[in-house]
Ligand binder design. Structure first.
Ligand SMILES: *Cc1c(COP(=O)(O)O)cnc(C)c1O
Length: 496
């Protein structure tokens, strides 16, 4: 039972959750999943009065069974404190007839903080458990927000280092500045010439590179991941689905057992998969609505059953969702096929070799039982930011607006609906300001931030406005084939 996790591509070689967190990805290239999740029922008693810490302890306790209750409690305490600007951690507020789950109150103003303030805590416990004194280098590809959140979470954490690759020219000004100004003696940041999928593919290759791994192992270093392929990132995200449910119950909007729908702006499918985990664990989840931008590969997949990444990549105003290969879908396929590892492995090899796969009609039917989908282009996204501000006086960012736009286009199915809000609008000031009708063509990022504050009477988070005085420390940009050697030299420097 303590070996709770195994690969999506083989049922053999099970590992504990501590090992899964340290490894990041399974040796055969699959992602770690647990079969027990379908039979584990979470304690949903008293959710309406449970605080965030209590909810997080229940979720972590159930999904990381080899962590002691004391370890879980200490991790929760350390991860969700003053670093969030509200003790609620992820408050729920009204949004017209629906609800907004605000996931951007952490140190980097994006939802990634909820998981990445926790992952270093889990990793430290797991390292102590391994007891071999090895150092862990986190290697992460980012579409913009994971990178900063990983840097912030792991900076100066004993025995760890963090290397981040971002697609140069394809993240917002503020996102880039957040990363290149990061301080800490154990951090490395590099832009790559290519897009997020290129970076993520190369990071996966680096993890599978035996030669590199053994050279690093000889120096006492292992590689791990802070992308949502790591279970230590996925598990903390399950908590806010429960917390949101509890808030709706506390507000009297639902009675115990009523199902709730969630609409999730999606890229790598980590966030929405956490909602599916919540459902597997017994939370009354109605529909999970997968919202995409113009890179709408998931809309097509959920509609037709064919996942086809052979399509143009679009750079949009919701860059953290500019993804054509959604890694965590592999976990969903595992669960929807009742754990058919050969089938999952064959879909994944088709995707790698041919660029597409088609799931069986049975699997598609099961997918559509729970998941709905929709997409919004940049124009619809802008229109939604504007109408939400003018109609509700709620200022939302470009990613949240994709979800809200998809939600608005769907008829209600009679259930309460929660729209996940994944970033502060100030992270994308220039696009948000333009959506409100301002001409931003000659304005830099910080002028846009000031202007957005003035126009809306809201306040820019200090950790973003203070970037204007921060020094740029990490100026490297490299080609994709140099990423491996960049990681090696970062390990040599950080763990010297
Ligand atoms: C990462 C991110 C997303 C997409 O989340 P996934 O877990 O990759 O699906 C959406 N919005 C924002 C602001 C993000 O940073």
């Amino acid at each position: 039972m303590s070996t709770f996790y195994h690969s999506t591509r083989s049922g053999t070689d099970p590992v504990t959750s501590k090992q899964a967190i340290l490894n990041g990805i399974a040796p055969d290239g699959g992602l770690y999943v647990s079969d027990a999740i379908t039979t584990t029922a979470l304690d949903l008693e008293g959710l309406a009065s449970a605080g965030y810490h209590e909810v997080a302890r229940r979720v972590l306790g159930a999904l990381l069974p080899d962590f002691t209750a004391g370890e879980v409690a200490a991790c929760v305490e350390a991860a969700y404190g003053d670093n969030f600007d509200t003790p609620e951690v992820t408050p729920v507020t009204p949004l017209g007839a629906d609800w907004l789950l605000e996931l951007y109150h952490g140190p980097t103003c994006a939802f990634k903080d909820v998981a990445l303030q926790m992952l270093p805590q889990l990793m430290s416990v797991a390292r102590r458990g391994a007891g071999d004194g090895r150092n862990v280098m986190i290697v992460t590809a980012t579409s913009g927000d994971t990178g900063k959140a990983a840097l912030e979470g792991f900076a100066d954490v004993e025995g760890t280092g963090v290397t981040v690759f971002y697609p140069a020219g394809k993240v917002s000004d503020v996102q880039r500045l957040q990363m290149v100004t990061q301080r800490g003696s154990n951090v490395a940041v590099c832009g790559i010439r290519g897009n997020f999928d290129d970076a993520q593919t190369e990071v996966k290759r680096i993890f599978a590179d035996e030669g590199l791994r053994s050279r690093l192992a000889a120096n006492g270093t292992v590689l791990s991941s802070a992308n949502s392929i790591n279970v230590g990132r996925l598990v903390p995200q399950v908590a806010y689905y429960l917390y949101a449910y509890g808030r709706l119950a506390a507000a009297g909007a639902i009675a115990p057992g009523d199902a709730v729908d969630f609409c999730v702006p999606t890229g790598n499918f980590g966030d929405v998969l956490a909602g599916f985990y919540a459902k597997l664990l017994g939370l009354p989840v109605g529909r999970l609505i997968v919202a995409s931008n113009t890179n709408n590969v998931l809309t097509d997949f959920i509609t037709t059953g064919t996942y086809d990444r052979r399509r143009p990549f679009h750079k949009t105003i919701s860059p953290s969702m500019d993804i054509l290969v959604s890694s965590n879908l592999e976990r969903l396929l595992y669960y929807l096929s009742d754990g058919d590892v050969e089938l999952v492995a064959s879909y994944m090899s088709d995707l790698a070799e041919k660029g597409l796969y088609t799931v069986s009609p049975q699997l598609l039917a099961r997918l559509q039982e729970t998941f709905a989908c929709g997409w919004a282009d940049d124009e619809a996204t802008r229109a939604t930011i504007r109408s939400t501000w003018e109609g509700e006086h709620v200022l939302i960012d470009t990613h949240t607006a994709v979800a809200k736009s998809v939600l608005d286009a769907r008829p209600s199915e009679g259930r309460e609906r929660v729209c996940l809000s994944t970033a502060s609008p100030y992270k994308f000031s220039s696009d948000v300001l333009a959506a409100l009708g301002r001409d931003t063509s000659n304005l830099d990022g910080f002028t846009c931030m000031d202007e957005l504050a003035r126009l809306t009477g809201t306040v820019a988070p200090r950790q973003l406005s203070s970037l204007r005085d921060a020094r740029e420390l990490h100026l490297d940009v490299c080609d994709r084939d140099m990423m491996g050697s960049f990681v090696e030299s970062a390990c040599a420097r950080v763990f010297a």
